[in-house]
Design a protein around this ligand. Structure first.
Ligand SMILES: Nc1ncnc2c1ncn2[C@@H]1O[C@H](COP(=O)(O)OP(=O)(O)O)[C@@H](O)[C@H]1O
Ligand SMILES: [Mg+2]
Length: 203
C-alpha cells in the first residue's frame, strides 16, 4: 500500500488541467505537502517517445487497438517510474489523465470494449486507482479552440461529445471518487471549486 494521496485530473484538451494542477500544487505545498505534478501520456523519458507516436498526425494508420496498448504501455512505465515511488515516499501525486481518459476516449469515444480497456489498464497499473479524480467539465468545442490539433484532437465534435458523455457516465458510476467540476469561469473561480472538492474528500 502507498502512503501518499493519488489525485488525477481529467477532461478534454484545453479544459485547464495543467493550469489547475499547478494552482492546486501551490496550495497543497502551502499546506506543507510534498507534491509531484505529472501527466500522461509522456510523463517519463520513454513515455515522451510513446506520446510522439500517439499524437503524430502523420500516423493516421495507427489502429484503435494499438492506440489502447500504447496508452497502457506509457501508463505502465509512468506508474512504475514516477507515480508509485512518489506515493510510497508519502508525496501527493497530481496526475493529468489516467485510466479514465482511456475509458472516455477509446471506450466511449471510439466505441471499443470498456471491459477490455479496464482489464488491460488494471494489468498495466497493478490495479492502482486514484483516491480522488477531478473532472473538469466544459463544452469540448470551446476547449479544443484553445489547443493545437494533434492526431486525437483532429477528431470530430461528435466524437468529443461521446468522450464528455463517457466522463459523465464514470461520474455517475463512481460519485465518491470522480468529482465533476464545472470548468467555466475565471482560473480563480475554477481553482476554488477544485480546492473545495479536494478539501471535502481527502484533506
Ligand atoms: N478558466 C479559464 N479561462 C480561460 N482560459 C483558460 C482557463 N483555464 C485555462 N485556460 C487557458 O486554456 C489553455 C489550455 O489550458 P491547459 O491548462 O493547458 O489545459 P489542458 O492541460 O487541459 O490541456 C491555456 O492557454 C490556458 O491558459
Ligand atoms: Mg495539459
Amino acid at each position: 500500500m502507498h502512503k501518499g494521496l493519488f489525485i488525477t485530473l481529467e477532461g478534454v484538451d484545453g479544459v485547464g488541467k495543467t493550469t489547475q494542477a499547478l494552482l492546486l500544487k501551490t496550495r497543497l505545498e502551502q499546506k506543507g505537502q510534498e507534491v509531484l505534478h505529472t501527466f500522461e501520456p509522456g510523463g517519463t523519458a520513454l513515455g515522451s517517445r510513446i506520446r510522439q507516436l500517439l499524437l503524430d498526425p502523420n500516423h493516421a494508420e495507427l489502429s484503435s487497438m494499438t492506440e489502447i496498448l500504447l496508452y497502457a504501455a506509457d501508463r505502465a512505465q509512468h506508474v512504475h517510474e514516477q507515480v508509485l515511488p512518489a506515493l510510497k515516499a508519502g508525496k501527493t501525486v497530481l496526475c493529468e489523465r489516467f485510466v479514465d481518459s482511456s475509458l472516455a476516449y477509446q471506450g466511449y469515444g471510439l466505441g471499443l470494449d470498456l471491459d477490455a480497456i479496464r482489464a488491460v489498464n488494471h494489468w498495466a497499473t497493478g490495479g492502482l486507482v486514484p483516491d480522488l479524480t477531478i473532472y473538469l467539465d466544459a463544452d469540448p468545442a470551446e476547449c479544443l479552440a484553445r489547443t493545437k490539433k494533434d492526431r486525437i484532437a483532429q477528431r470530430t465534435l461528435d466524437y468529443y461529445g461521446r468522450v464528455r458523455a463517457g466522463f459523465l457516465a464514470i461520474a455517475q458510476a463512481e460519485p465518491k471518487r470522480f468529482k465533476v467540476i464545472p470548468a467555466s469561469g475565471t482560473l480563480e473561480e475554477v481553482a476554488s471549486r477544485v480546492l473545495r472538492a479536494v478539501e471535502g474528500e481527502v484533506l
